[in-house]
Design a protein around this ligand. Structure first.
Ligand SMILES: Cc1ncc(COP(=O)(O)O)c(C=O)c1O
Length: 452
């Protein structure tokens, strides 16, 4: 049974005329049958405004509508996945045409070949590709490949970076200050009950953007490390960017020590440039994981990499399976999406809209005398209510999370939908328009004044 009856939200301000009734009723029903009323732990924080989430029923272009028929400009975009906007006509046609030919055969299919070729054309470090169905799954496969290739067990991961919910890497995703340990040698903190300490032991934690600490850890443990994994732009830490030279340093250190460098481009892939963060920064990984934008919201992921590593997967010495891998429906969606994103004009449009929103945030904050940092790129960015730009996860302890919550809720009642989590990002799609920008800018200006 639901614990406590949800009330119409005084925070959101929709409640006065009872107009959130449909979402509220749905959440009451959901709590009786879905654990916590949700389908992913992340949704309790990333889309669930207190006291209940909004239930979104439909989307078109940059806009979405909830069960009470409120209209929002969407900057959540399913965590960045819906990069072409909702209901893109070409995508719908690609899906329809594949659906008419069949959903799945459990055999090899023609679309997965076209799609893998498209990825190899767009990503310089992709010699060979394998498909999976979610980011977490492909991450698991990449970690196994790094271990299988090197014959070593340890993985170095950066504190606060998120690589999915699976045991192998759900370590120190969001450690509290009291459990995180000293910054020069952070503790490996399992993200959940049920993750064995023996798994956490094989995951070394390092603060992001701290070259000296990284080198020390590599000097001490380098001989046991199979892989170093990173989000090149830390989408899950309010869009912290790599300091100049830091990705190059990772590349150099991994090459020198025979460690596999894995980039988690689940968020940045095909979004920040046609070739993702690797193209943007000019640093290639050995293995890369993609999901989200690759499929425009269809569940597909991929891990790709250098021939020397992927050949072991090809030879079945590193096992990788999955009933739904490369299924033609998701592959058709991805093929259409990537062919669209290969056009730099599309990416430029996305970037320009985002840069204008970032500038609107900066201007509104300056006019209202609200100290904050706007960081990221046009296609993905975040506002952090802090005086000093965060360099790594621990700097975010000092950010004013309550102010973010108030700002986000003020935006929501003005028709702007973005992630409820101050540690996540805003995303822009190819469908955002000048009208959206005008409305968003006006909402930002008034919302900023409410948190001054
Ligand atoms: C950078 C990053 N890696 C991995 C994942 C996990 O992907 P999935 O939720 O599809 O398992 C996410 C999900 O948000 C992510 O942002």
């Amino acid at each position: 049974m639901a614990s406590g009856k949800p009330q119409a939200s005084p925070v959101l301000g929709f409640g006065a005329n009872g107009s959130l009734r449909a979402s509220q009723a749905l959440f009451e029903r959901a709590q009786c049958v879905l654990a916590g009323g949700i389908s992913s732990s992340a949704r309790s924080t990333s889309t669930g405004s207190a006291p209940h989430p909004l239930y979104i029923c439909r989307g078109r272009g940059s806009r979405i509508w909830d069960a009470d028929d409120h209209e929002f400009i969407d900057y959540l975009l399913s965590y960045g996945a819906v990069i072409l906007g909702h209901g893109n006509a070409g995508l719908v046609e690609a899906l329809r045409s594949q659906l008419e030919r069949g959903t799945m055969f459990g055999t090899c299919n023609t679309v997965e070949v076209d799609l893998a070729e498209q990825i190899c054309r767009m990503v310089r470090s992709a010699d060979l590709v394998r498909f999976a169905n979610s980011g977490s799954e492909a991450i698991m496969a990449a970690v196994r490949a790094a271990r299988g290739f090197t014959g070593k067990n340890k993985i170095l991961k950066f504190e606060g970076h998120y690589h999915g919910w699976v045991d192998v890497l759900a370590i120190s995703n969001r450690p509290g200050a009291e459990e995180a340990g000293p910054v020069e040698a952070p503790h490996s903190v399992p993200h959940s009950r049920g993750i064995p300490a023996s798994i956490a032991k094989d995951v070394l934690i390092c603060p992001w953007n701290e070259p000296k600490i990284l080198k020390n850890l590599l000097d001490r443990h380098g001989a046991e490390i199979a892989g170093v994994i990173a989000e090149p732009i830390v989408a899950n830490n309010a869009c912290i960017m790599p300091q100049p030279g830091y990705l190059e340093l990772l590349r150099e250190e991994c090459t020198r020590r025979g460690i596999v460098l894995i980039f988690d481009e689940i968020v940045t892939g095909f979004r920040v440039a046609p070739g993702g963060a690797q193209e943007l920064f000019g640093v290639d990984a050995d293995l890369t994981v993609y999901s989200k934008a690759i499929g425009s919201g269809m569940p597909i992921s991929a891990f790709v990499g250098k021939r020397s590593i992927m050949e072991l997967v090809a030879a079945n010495r590193i096992k990788h399976g999955g009933t739904y891998n490369g299924n033609p429906i998701c592959a058709a969606a991805a093929l259409f999406t990537l062919r669209t994103l290969a056009d730099r004009a599309v990416q430029d449009r996305i970037r320009r809209h985002g840069e204008a929103v970032m500038e609107a945030l900066r201007r509104a904050a300056r006019d209202a005398h609200v100290p904050c940092i706007i960081q990221g790129l046009g296609s993905m960015f975040q506002i952090v209510f802090a005086e000093v730009p965060p360099v790594h996860y621990r700097d975010l302890y000092r950010a004013d999370m309550k102010r973010y919550e108030a700002f986000r809720n003020a935006l929501l009642v003005r028709g702007i939908h973005c992630n409820t989590s101050p540690l996540a990002c805003w995303f822009v799609s190819a469908a955002h328009t000048d009208d959206d920008l005008e409305q968003t800018t006006a909402a930002i200006e008034t919302s900023m004044k409410t948190v001054a």
